[in-house]
Design a binder for this molecule. Sequence first.
Ligand SMILES: [Zn+2]
Ligand SMILES: [Zn+2]
Length: 345
Amino acid sequence: MAPRPQSPEIKPEEDACARVDETPGREPSKPYVRQIYWTNVVGIAALHLAALWGITWTPFYAKVLTILWAIFLGGAGGFGVTAGAHRLWTHRAYKATWPARVILMVCYCIAGQNPLYDWVRDHRVHHKFSETDADPHNARRGFFFAHVGWLMMRKHPEVVRRGKQIDMSDILADPVVRFHQKYFRPLKFMLCFYLPVMIPVWLWAEDWYLSLVVNAIIRYACSLNFTWLVNSAAHIWGNKPYDRRISPVENRLVAFLAMGEGWHNYHHAFPWDYKAAELGAYGFNVTTLFLDLFARLGMVYDRRVPSEDLVRRTALMNGDGSHPVYRQNDVTDLSLQKAPATGGS
Ligand SMILES: [Zn+2]
Ligand SMILES: [Zn+2]
């Protein structure tokens, strides 16, 4: 496959997540023997069963403040994942002052996901080798695998091999990430479970058991699934206005639930755009709303976006024709004969 021309706005070597047009399968990859991690299977299944059971009765007994608290925690944790782990640390789509990075790290801990280092490495591999054996949640292996199954089994050897090749020097150079790495377990316990459960008990005398079910089980399970939908649904169901040659799609429901991360065809075409979307109101991209607010406060700066012209040419050349403005039938512009590169896909 011929290498794609370089983007006029960003060179592939500057983009940690630029897709590599190389199929790992071309090399003799090691035979993959599926090995289930039963502890994870039981843990994840138990969490979901408990959440389903809890959701049938807690809304009738928990205080309104406790429900609002759970929603707040879901939003804060989601922001830590989308604005922090994803757009800042993985894609370097903008820069943030150290107080902003501390806020993002705390929010990330509230979500209770994997160590930041692992999250960033896995996501960079995902972008570079989407839908190949090296993709940690390769959507070609089906919805369940992409959604949660990948967390229940040993990684494919290609994922491990490619993961070791990812440049993570920028992550290790960030003292906020190093602090998180060092105190990952106590931070996760305190910020994802202990304080979320105890604050309603201390401040508005909620029953601790109710708070546990609402905040540590239901909220946690919902928050995980909203993130996972980006890897599953947003790689399967939707349209491809920017690049029809790749699997990621635009999915409104995922955009809403994952705070703006469902515009995934665009995101894989322009992973370095801090909005992770071209269009759309803040209602479908709450993360961008908050990043813009942070920017007004001077805590976030150098927000990167592609030019309108690059997006237009990309959509016209590579899209499936479903873009609300740019459609392939409209191609009359000779400048489009040179296919644009997007710096990743
Ligand atoms: Zn993706
Ligand atoms: Zn991404």
